[in-house]
Design a protein around this ligand. Structure first.
Ligand SMILES: Cc1cc2nc3c(=O)[nH]c(=O)nc-3n(C[C@H](O)[C@H](O)[C@H](O)COP(=O)(O)O)c2cc1C
Ligand SMILES: [Mn+2]
Length: 499
């Protein structure tokens, strides 16, 4: 089923009515981001358009719905948000656990992504249609990136690709937001320990949908290669070619590759930001390493693929949310006793986690919450966990709120944990290290955590047992539903279940 490249995926989307080619030329970054904001709100199509003054056309919102991300992974798109979420989450979770299905990339010697090669003084990032997307952004941002690095210690190519934002400083310099806890940050730390001053980096833009999806996936270990995983998801190896100026393998059918050296010396860090981030706030400026571009290679007539963050349904979250939760799901299945399901609602941007358990033992709601919030990397973001029983639909915020409101005694069922070091983009955190003494970059912030045990209480917990929830008599109810139209009520269909 694998799509060979972005172009093949775009034709498929167009056939299915999921891509619109605009005949209107767009004029500015703000116009583009306003349009994308509204498309995120309406869960609209991918858009292909041209921008006044630029040769390279742009495609955005390619990954803007979970249905399109299902298609990208070769899965049948489903009706509802929940079904699409579960289809993607389960496929990724299963494959993360089964390395026997992963496929090593094949290495080719000529590749479409190198049809045009620009090096040295000819390099000019401003030729790409990259803009300041939001009024307070610190500069133009490349957003939908696949940033490739290799582990400096393991022999051979043990590569990583991650999606990290890139601000353009000048025609051949950018920043890269390579946080210490991400795999690129681990590569930086290991390279420094070896005495290296720079590391080779390649940024692939405009790739087959599986690769973008894999760049946002958290793997089991930083030594796992996303391209092998991508081969497994595609059912065919990813074709890769050696970079022109860096010793890295890059995806052969990408539209554009930016190659260069990341300066990892702390004293050369440079301020970048602010940036309109996925959690719906502007992120403050950060000290980050500088990336010196040595080459831009691209296909003939390349397409620039991009995305905008910020909106609750932003394209980045639609890519990241189900695949990042696949990793957490695998972990929670093994650690939380009585685990049934979990969801970190995208509109809460992953800072809230709901865990559903089958509670057998007294006190086990709290135990499950503590286990969930301590699963490390995956939940470095989570500020609070709500634990509920199996009768609560965790995808329905109002049902979860009902459980919190009626099963939680604030004096007994809330556990507050002191501030711990968390991912720097935590809007509720404070005391951010503006220059971390170890990395020299803006790294951790500090935030407390909370567990809310909203499970039904039982007598053996020395509590008044939660009473029996009200539902109609089952047999009578089923008969009523069966006769619904006979009552003359055909017009009143069941509310559509979107979330
Ligand atoms: C559009 C988009 C932009 C992102 N930008 C960043 C970023 O700038 N820095 C970062 O640490 N993570 C960012 N992420 C999240 C990472 O891509 C994600 O955590 C991924 O698992 C990192 O890969 P790694 O585990 O190989 O480091 C972004 C995600 C998306 C979808
Ligand atoms: Mn990784």
């Amino acid at each position: 089923m694998a799509y060979k490249d972005l172009r093949e995926f775009l034709s498929e989307l167009e056939k299915k009515g999921e891509l619109v080619r605009s005949s209107v030329e767009l004029e500015s970054g703000f116009e583009i981001s306003s349009l994308m904001w509204e498309l995120a709100d309406r869960q609209g199509p991918a858009m292909f358009f041209k921008i006044k003054g630029y040769d390279i056309p742009v495609v955005m919102n390619t990954h803007g719905t979970l249905a399109r991300n299902c298609m990208g992974l070769g899965l049948e798109p489903k009706e509802t948000f929940r079904e699409n979420f579960l289809a993607i989450r389960n496929r990724v979770a299963e494959l993360l656990e089964d390395k026997s299905q992963w496929l090593k990339p094949t290495v080719v010697t000529t590749a479409p992504c190198q049809e045009v090669v620009i090096t040295g003084e000819e390099v000019d990032l401003y030729k790409l249609p990259v803009f300041k997307w939001s009024p307070l952004d610190g500069g133009p941002y490349i957003t939908l990136t696949n940033i490739i690095t290799k582990d400096p210690i393991s022999p051979g190519y043990r590569q990583n690709t991650g999606m990290y934002r890139v601000m353009i400083h000048d025609k051949n310099t950018t920043g890269v937001m390579c946080c210490a806890t991400q795999d690129i940050g681990i590569h930086v730390a290991r390279a420094r320990a070896k005495g290296m001053k720079t590391i080779p980096v390649a940024i692939a833009l405009g790739v087959d949908p599986v690769i973008n999806i894999c760049s946002t996936t958290k793997m089991g270990s930083f030594l796992d290669d996303e391209f092998e995983f991508a081969g497994g998801l595609r059912g065919e190896p990813v074709e890769m070619v050696k970079g022109k100026t860096v010793d890295l393998l890059v995806p052969a059918t990408a539209e554009i590759i930016i190659e260069g050296e990341l300066d990892i010396q702390p004293e050369n860090a440079r301020i970048e930001g602010t940036f309109a981030e996925w959690m719906g706030y502007y992120e403050e400026p950060m000290m980050l390493p500088q990336f010196h571009v040595t080459a831009i290679t691209h296909r003939r007539e390349p397409i620039y693929q991009s995305c905008i963050l910020g909106h609750p349904n932003n394209e980045g979250e639609m890519i990241r949310m189900p695949v990042i939760q696949a990793n957490n799901y695998n972990t929670l299945k093994k650690t939380v006793v009585g685990f049934r399901e979990f969801w970190a609602p995208h509109k809460s941007r992953g800072y809230k986690v709901i865990v559903q358990v089958n509670k057998h033992y007294p006190g086990w709601g709290k135990q499950a919450g503590l286990q969930a919030i301590s699963t490390g990397q995956g939940f470095a973001a989570a500020n609070y966990v709500v634990v509920v029983d199996e009768d609560i639909d965790i995808f329905n915020t109002e049902e979860v709120d009902w459980a919190i409101a009626t099963r939680m005694d604030p004096a007994e069922d809330v556990i507050l944990l002191p501030k711990v070091g968390v991912y720097p983009l935590n809007p509720a955190g404070s005391g951010r290290t503006d220059v971390d003494p170890v990395s020299g970059y803006t790294e951790f912030t500090y935030c407390g955590k909370m567990v809310i045990d909203a499970t039904k209480k039982i007598a053996s917990e020395n509590r008044r047992p939660t009473s029996i929830p009200v539902v109609p008599d089952r047999e009578a109810f089923e008969q009523v539903i069966a006769k619904w139209n006979d009552y003359g009520l055909a017009k009143w269909t069941k509310a559509k279940d979107i979330y």
